[in-house]
Design a protein around this ligand. Sequence first.
Ligand SMILES: [Mg+2]
Length: 232
Amino acid sequence: MGGDRLTHLFFDLDDTLWDFEKNSCAVLHELFFEFDLSQKLQTDFDTFLAKYKTTNQQLWQKYYRKEIDKSFLRNHRFNEAFKQFNYDNYNENLLVTEQYLTRSPHGTHLKNGCIETLEYLKKQNYQLHIITNGFKEAQRVKIDGSKLRPYFSHIIISEEYNLTKPDEKIFRLAETFANANKHNCVMIGDNFESDIEGAVNAGWEAIHVSSENNAPFQGKTIKNLTELKQLF
Ligand SMILES: [Mg+2]
């Protein structure tokens, strides 16, 4: 790879290409009715969804503060949401969890403009790749189910290499796979810490995909993937 031209575009998967929020919401909607939660919790889906989201966020914050581990988060979050409606059923919570985790990766909703943008970038002869933090099985199901695979030369799933963004090593590994150097690479992602800071620390360019107006990044920020068509 000669020169310093940006030729390799590395994308994050969850909530950058694959619409995690939309796919997760669709599964929660199915489960809400299958488990008859409107009766058990005496509420409607939207109210449940709002409570579930807040509960989930609070548990993730505890996880980041290392107050709980991932299996606690995974195995208690539905029951914690149930409890907000005076319903406490740990075993049923585990059944919902199992279904939620099995079904979620099969969602096929992509972020707005995803395919048209990837088509455009391919036509401009950019090499496209994915670097995703996640479990290999779930990430592969998402990538294949939503027909993303043909667009990408290299797909790096953190679990396969025991490295996670923002660790600089995963960006160096990506350069090796792509036969690129840091001047050829740009990372495009929604997570400020793992995608953006990680890439910038590795000497890459980075583009933050964020719908918030006051995103903390001084560099390039886009709200929608289609804006990449103006940048490349
Ligand atoms: Mg993401």
